[in-house]
Design a protein around this ligand. Structure first.
Ligand code: MEV
Length: 327
């Protein structure tokens, strides 16, 4: 295997934002959860060019589920920024491969999970361990190439998993709800660029600053109430807060017909609340279906109702000691 030596490995979770996407860009808190779907990265040194075999594994550079830096300029720029952040790492003889079960471009935090997994693998290879500040600095450098002005919530969720409250000023604050709860994730079938959706919200902010400020404050209140509801296991209350946040996001122009249909269908099938999750404009919807431990009946009803309309989805439980259940 010409020249393969030590390896570094890293994993990171995908994420769902339960409340506060877009508002978080302007300093308001968001509530996010890590999910068990995620990405894994391997990093290793390859032999000098002359000794290299033709094997794909001997090719330096980054490959993210079949997209290689040699063929993708944005990916190459993001990878270069990640390697250059903090204590720079030379990439000439470095090979990194990413694989996993996270769908890209739909609001599940693919880009941040890739960044964190790669940063962990590179740090482990070079330093024998992956300190959080170093991983975070590398991941944020990557995210800035893809998203311009990321709030950091996706990176924090990918790094920490579990439930987090996040603000730009204070960073992540993990918390543990006393009981687990179940979510359904529905795919609209279309992707949207996070940067484009963030720009759309910025236009609205410029056009209607007073309204936007008032709604930002409202989102901050929704997030505080949602954390309190989770801490008291008041899931019906949490569902109502999700619905209100969806109403505000629709008013900011980031919902779509498919998102509206998925939300309405989920509520009609028994979900306690539903909204887009992530940047919107397509991507995924998250529906709160209830506490864990009811054998997934509520989740099954929601997923079946979506499937009848041609939308795919999966369910995931959040909280201590739960594993994702796929449909
Ligand atoms: C994207 O997952 C979340 C946004 O709020 C952008 C960000 O926080 O950087 C839309």
């Amino acid at each position: 295997m010409g020249g393969e030596r030590q390896r570094g490995e890293g994993r990171a979770s995908g994420k769902l934002i339960l409340l506060g996407e877009h508002a978080v860009v302007y300093g308001v808190p968001a509530l996010a959860v890590g999910i068990s779907r995620g990405l894994e990265a391997r990093a290793w040194r390859v032999a000098a060019r002359a000794e290299r075999s033709a094997a794909p594994d001997a090719r330096p550079g980054l490959d993210v589920i079949g997209r290689h830096t040699s063929e993708d300029a944005t990916l190459a720029a993001a990878y270069a920024a990640l390697l250059a952040a903090g204590e720079p790492v030379a990439g000439d003889d470095l090979a990194v491969r990413v694989h996993g079960d996270l769908t890209p471009g739909v609001g599940l935090g693919f880009s941040a999970a890739a960044a964190v997994a790669i940063a962990r693998a590179v740090e482990s290879l070079v330093h024998g361990g992956a300190a959080v500040p170093a991983v975070q600095a590398r991941a944020m450098a990557w995210e800035r190439v893809f998203h311009g002005n990321p709030s950091g919530v996706d990176t924090a969720a990918a790094l920490l998993g579990g439930c987090i409250r996040y603000t730009r000023a204070e960073g992540p604050r993990p918390f543990d709800p006393p009981a687990c709860f179940e979510l359904c994730v529905g795919f609209t079938g279309t992707a949207a660029s996070t940067a484009a959706m963030v720009a759309r919200v910025a236009e609205l902010r410029n056009a209607e600053p007073a309204r936007f400020e008032a709604e930002l404050a409202e989102v901050g209140g929704l997030v505080a109430q949602a954390i309190a509801a989770l801490e008291r296991s008041e899931l019906a209350r949490l569902g109502a807060l999700l619905d209100r946040n969806q109403g505000l996001l629709a008013g900011w122009g980031v919902s779509t017909d498919a998102i509206d249909v998925l939300c309405r269908t989920a509520r009609a099938a028994g979900a306690l609340g539903a909204k887009l999750s992530g940047s919107g404009g397509g991507g995924v919807v998250v529906a709160l279906v209830g506490p864990g431990g009811d054998d997934g009946r509520a989740a099954t009803r929601v997923l079946e109702a979506w499937r009848r309309l041609g939308f795919g989805g999966f369910r995931t439980a959040v909280g201590a000691g739960v594993a994702e259940a796929k449909e």
